[in-house]
Design a protein around this ligand. Sequence first.
Ligand SMILES: [Zn+2]
Length: 98
Amino acid sequence: MNAGGKNNNISMKTTGSSTNCAEFQAQLPELFESGTDLKEQEHLKTCEQCSALVSDLEYIAQQAKLLLPIHDPSPAVWENIQTSLSSEKQNSGSRPVK
Ligand SMILES: [Zn+2]
């Protein structure tokens, strides 16, 4: 019973981490709102880029709380954060890409 040795397990591409940056960043607003401790997120332990991003967002959120002393940040706050997210993505093209 020789199966021929062909490996059919390569259809699922994995990057080595359970969550990729796009997925993680898409979850960020929810994580913030739910009050989750972002330092406990597995992705942040392995990804410097998102770690720095979260630091920025925490700073923005703190500033927003100072400006708006309410429990829930308004949707406008998240809109601002999303805007700064997308502008950061556009600026991250300086790395040499193979
Ligand atoms: Zn990441």
